[in-house]
Design a protein around this ligand. Sequence first.
Ligand SMILES: [Ca+2]
Ligand SMILES: [Ca+2]
Length: 369
Amino acid sequence: MKKRFIFILSLLTSILAVSAQKPSIPIVYAEGGEGKNVVYRKLTKTERDEIPGYVWGDCSNCLSATDCNIRASSTLPSQGSANYAAKNMQDDDPTTAWVEGQTDYGIGQYIEFKNGRTLNSITILNGYQKSPKSFIENSRVKTLRVSENGIDRCLIRLKDEMGAQYINTDKLRFEYNGSENGIANLRFTIVEVYQGMKYKDVAISEIFAQGCCVSGQSKIILHNNNEKEFHHLSSGDSIKFIDNQNKIIYATAVETGSIMHDLLLKITTENGNNITLTPGHYVYTSGGKKIQARHLTLSDSLQLINSQESIYWDKIYSIKKIQNPTKTYYFKKLDFGNYNIAWPVKAVFNNVVTDDEYLDKINWIKGNK
Ligand SMILES: [Ca+2]
Ligand SMILES: [Ca+2]
């Protein structure tokens, strides 16, 4: 009897031990990569942009909401002309990298930044991608633990490959809502590594966010009231925006970016207006309420602006998912000149009033000055 009791007790203990070891946070697996022996230095910028899997700076946004800085818990000291600073992860150059500063594999070392947007997708160039030799000789990250304001949120499992890897965090909803000042602390901690052939130096070459965007066919209204599809927009085009008091203002396009997205939503209204955009993109509904496209229902209305420049609402007729990889576009830099603006500024695509990741960011900065 006693033996049986001990047996049951030990069985229970081992069950408890197993369940305690089970990860209670989700594992998100990176997609993409597929980079074998990439020699970036031999590629022109155009060639790099055209190769699937290799994302260059045109498609990136800084992760940090405040200053484009990422803080690292440690950094390998410079060797000769090469440095391994954390800023190398956000310099749009895959051949420069941050390397942790511990003599071992740097398990427990982390990078950290202030998140100020809804992060849907993160892109990482794993390892030291200066050359295929540097990649294989140095160590790469296998698993990162992501915590938000000190709370563990997920594990990211990276591939042992060159090129850009995408991590879809759409379901995890890293949102800054509810955090102090609208800013959350995101920390990525090294949990496991792929060991380098020569060095215990664990490297990350780039890490950045992919934006909330609209389809290339989305029409923008120019200063002369002509329309232009986003993918045809040129630097220097003057574009119509509205400010918080629905006053028309204009900004000059300085730089735009483009990104592939796997899932878009096409929202069509009862009067045939439509917009195709990422689920995380914000639009305005009845009463001027700002809401992410993913939360729209058929009982909502979209806010529009007509050619006489008055605001109206149009009830949603359908919401369709587009699940093919689609090239989308976003503003990377705008120049508002000396306009006297009531922030936040809103973008208009196909007459639909929307927010924009870039505008969201500068709205936040202006609003907190
Ligand atoms: Ca870099
Ligand atoms: Ca090390």
